[in-house]
Ligand binder design. Structure first.
Ligand code: TRP
Ligand code: ZN
Length: 854
């Protein structure tokens, strides 16, 4: 096997040619689809002089190639073909190719493939080259016209419909786009239709296309789409720009969804929902992903990325926008807490291990490996910091300028920062380090109090990451507030701008020494290192006016307790128990907030926190401590639980909206506590009487966590056997809730279940991915779970390298653990490196985790 080349940002060059127009014809066939491409090209003035024409193309059977209607000289190799400059006409010319491809055998789910008899495509990042020969790079933008020939009843592509006849359809997309946004769908599908009138009066036809039988599960996604369209007009002044917007749900899909122009393709998991089949979390995720893909129409499609190093230009911004949207549709504070939980669980973990990379990386082997929490979630945080620094008005001016200046272009992070500089007059040279340097800064704080003057001194350290030994201080917006000892706020939220490695801020004329609330709203993605007494944490949990920091105080308190239980065998003390009991019963607080505050820190999160503090985490001790904490809290609240659970019962019919979901969340957290004390009767009753999936699966989890629920598990299986998405929950839940010692066994048994269709990424994730989600189970000291996961990754890799590589991140935290576990994981990673037919995707990931690939 030849070593895959490293692609570098510093090697960027514009493409040699420009494409005026692309015409594609697809004659669909499962094993022999013909793709005819005709395009008009001309030399790109940005690349003067005679230039060869290089087209990407992989796994294509080339049937013919013509230039200006005549045969031409070209050289074909494994990754594309080259027409030498000498064989190209001067000026404009047309290139026609015909290739044959086999969508049925395409298990990688990239390019044109089949899922349940339906044809569909996935082109981002570099899948278009598996469809036809083309300069498959985002800075080559062209209008596409597409003709699809097939007997299937529904034939879709990007843009507006341009003609339809017996066994054919044509589509015309007037907006120049890069190839990664191309899409085609053909199948026996049924639409859930609707309409939307844009602010300027354009009447847009909306459709969600699904398999027959699923048409009743689209209403929630459709409503979310209309809310997204209206929100983007209202908030960013962005209007939809075609006559039709189609969404298609597909069962076999590598990721969440894809923003193809006018034809979004979704993992069916993020479209289909009924109260009986989808949890409140599913509803929330559907709303945010529908919004995310829709928002890409402007941030991604109208303005795209110059090259894949700029991926965060579209993803960071679009995540930021979908987070704003969800915050507006639901509770802003609760959304912020949830986003920070995800950031810490996924991005901090990545940033503090061997896979750490900058929000804008400067090299890669396989770009699919860079659709990461760092690019997406940290990319969004960086925009949040920018907004905090320039203020609402500055942000609005910068975004207006961005859309104005770069519409129709393929832009860079430099372009993005320049609009902020031009709109606000700020110098962002130092701020740019957030994009170019990896790693999570540590922020420590000391206080000084004398004669009415209060001084806070911050120090930032930026620990080394792979390939980046030395880092420079970053601009850190630190939002703080000060409270007096009575709990009254004496300094409302103020953003301090830290630019030096060490910096002090002074507050004069204070009557008493204040209690600081630091990093309000999680104003920067940093690790705050500050020793705080349990009393002070409990005080902030009770009095902080910033909802994020109020929650954060409780979380930090819980982590302190858990850490002392793990390292010193301590017992949960009254500070934490009393503080949480107050929150549980505080009816002035949003139930969703109370649910979040009562939820114990996760085991993986705790392992990361201990590791950050220089302690080697012991997964079994963490697991045991977390259970004991739950029991202690349950006992402390015992007398109040039945009444509290009762009080959260929802009167009236089910609604998925945030208010009702928050009440269900609190009720289930409380039921979880109750289930640690009783014989399971309450959870079993909740399971039986549940009229929605949130409660059904929530009650089942309460039972399984306490080693009960065998009968319910079976009942659930017989009830939902025919619903794939619900069965994914059935698979994952029993693994996630399994006793750690048995988690690998349970997983292994489930891989033999007749419905374990391992080629379906959702199912693979819900079984193999669930095992790595059971922290103590995955890290069982005999290495059996490591081996099981590695075996399955090696099995999946030749068929679907993208999903195998993505799931290999289960091993990215190996550096946290003891020498024995490290050695066991290393054995598995080395075994993966030796696998025959190892993909470039998985090779890069395993190599980076082992520290042998840079
Ligand atoms: N651009 C998509 C999004 O964030 C995600 C995406 C990238 C994707 N590559 C993919 C989806 C491959 C499916 C398959 O919205
Ligand atoms: Zn996206």
């Amino acid at each position: 096997m030849t070593e895959a080349p490293t692609i570098r940002l510093s090697d960027y060059q514009p493409f040699t040619h420009r494409i005026e127009q692309v015409e594609l014809t697809f004659r669909l066939h499962p094993t022999a689809t013909k793709v005819m491409a005709r395009m008009t090209l001309e030399p790109n003035p940005a690349r003067p002089g005679p230039q060869d024409l290089r087209l990407d193309g992989e796994k294509l059977r080339l049937l013919s190639l013509r230039i200006d209607g005549k045969g031409a000289i070209f050289h074909q190799d494994g990754t594309g073909l080259t027409v030498p400059a000498s064989a190209l006409p001067a000026g404009r010319f047309t290139l026609e190719t015909e290739v044959e491809i086999a969508p049925e055998g395409n298990t990688a789910l990239e390019g044109l493939y089949m899922s349940n008899g339906m044809y569909c495509t996935q082109c981002e990042a570099e899948g278009f080259r598996k469809i036809t020969f083309y300069p498959d790079r985002p800075d080559v933008m062209a209008p596409f016209r597409v003709r699809i020939e097939s007997d299937l009843p529904v034939l879709l592509s990007n843009g507006n419909p341009a003609g339809r006849g017996e066994a054919w359809a044509e589509w015309d997309d007037p907006w120049p786009k890069p190839s990664y946004l191309f899409a085609l769908v053909a199948g026996d599908l049924i639409a859930h239709p609707d309409r939307f009138t844009t602010v300027s009066g354009r009447d847009v036809e909306l459709n969600i296309w699904v398999r027959k039988g699923d048409e009743g599960k689209c209403a929630y996604a459709m409503e979310a789409l209309k809310r997204s369209m209206a929100w983007d007009e209202r908030t960013y002044g962005r209007e939809y720009d075609l006559d039709i917007f189609n969404i298609v749900a597909v069962d076999d899909f590598n990721m969440g969804a894809m923003e193809n122009k006018g034809l979004n393709i979704f993992n069916s998991k993020y479209v289909l929902a009924l109260p009986e089949t989808a949890t409140d979390d599913d509803f929330a995720r559907i709303e945010s992903i529908i919004a995310h893909e829709y928002f890409h129409n402007w941030t991604g499609n109208r303005i795209t990325c110059r090259d894949w190093f700029q991926l965060c230009l579209k993803e960071g911004l679009t995540v930021f926008r979908d987070q704003q949207f969800s915050a507006d549709m639901r509770s802003g504070p609760v959304k912020r807490i949830e986003d920070v939980l995800t950031l810490r669980a996924r991005q901090f973990r990545e940033d503090n291990g061997p896979l750490a990379h900058a929000v804008r990386p400067d090299h890669y082997v396989e770009i699919n490996n860079f659709y990461t929490a760092t690019v997406y979630e940290k990319g969004a945080e960086v925009i949040g910091m920018l907004k905090r620094l320039v203020g609402e008005a500055g942000y609005k001016a910068a975004l207006d300028l961005y859309f104005d200046r770069h519409d129709g272009e393929a832009a860079t992070i430099e372009d993005w920062l320049k609009v902020f500089e031009d709109a606000t007059g700020r110098d962002l040279a130092q701020f740019k380090r957030w994009y170019t340097e990896a790693g999570t800064p540590r922020l420590s704080v000391t206080e000084h109090w004398q004669d009415g003057t209060y001084r806070l001194t911050f120090r930032q350290t930026n620990p080394p990451t792979p390939g980046e030994p030395l880092k420079r201080p970053k601009v850190i917006p630190i939002a703080i507030g000060l409270l007096n000892p009575n709990g009254a706020e004496v300094l409302p939220t103020t953003v301090l701008e830290m630019t030096e490695a060490e910096q002090s801020f002074v507050f004069k004329d204070m009557a008493t020494k204040p209690i600081p609330s630091i990093l309000r709203g999680f104003s920067a993605p940093v690790i705050l290192e500050r020793e705080v007494s349990p009393e002070e944490r409990a005080f902030l949990l009770a009095h902080d006016t910033d909802p994020f920091n109020k929650w954060e105080a409780g979380r930090a308190l819980a982590k302190d307790v858990m850490a002392r239980m793990v390292t010193e065998g301590a017992q949960p003390g009254p500070d934490w128990l009393d503080a949480l009991a107050r929150v549980a019963q505080d009816e002035s607080l949003d139930p969703a907030f109370r649910a979040l505050a009562l939820r114990l820190p996760g085991e993986d999160d705790m392992a990361q926190t201990l590791h950050d503090a220089g302690v080697t985490p012991d997964p079994d001790r963490i697991h045991a401590a977390r259970r004991r904490m739950g029991e202690a809290l349950a006992r402390h609240l015992a007398s109040a639980l039945p009444r509290l659970i009762e009080s959260m019962a929802e009167p009236g019919p089910f609604t998925p909206e945030a208010r009702a979901a928050g009440r269900r969340a609190l009720r289930l957290v409380l039921l979880g506590l109750q289930s640690r004390l009783d014989d399971g009767a309450r959870a079993a009753a909740a399971f039986r009487t549940a009229d929605n999936m949130t409660e059904q699966v929530g009650a089942l989890a309460c039972l399984l966590e306490n080693r009960r629920g065998e009968a319910e598990l079976q009942a659930f299986e017989s009830q939902w056997r025919h619903d794939r998405l619900v069965m994914d929950k059935w698979f994952s839940l029993q693994i996630l809730c399994a006793e750690p010692a048995r988690a690998a066994e349970v997983t292994d048994r489930l891989t033999r279940h007749p419905d374990f269709d391992w080629k379906n990424p959702n199912r693979f994730r819900s079984v193999i991915g669930a095992l790595s989600g059971n922290h103590a189970g995955f890290h069982k000291s005999d290495g059996s779970a490591y081996r099981l996961v590695a075996d399955w990754l090696m099995r999946l890799d030749p068929l679907n390298p993208q999903t195998a590589a993505r799931m290999s991140t289960a091993f990215e935290t190996w550096g946290r653990y003891d020498a024995d576990r490290q050695a066991l994981i290393r054995v598995e990673l080395e075994r993966i490196m030796q696998a025959p037919d190892l993909s470039r995707d998985l090779a890069e990931m395993a190599g980076r985790m082992l520290g042998v690939t840079d």
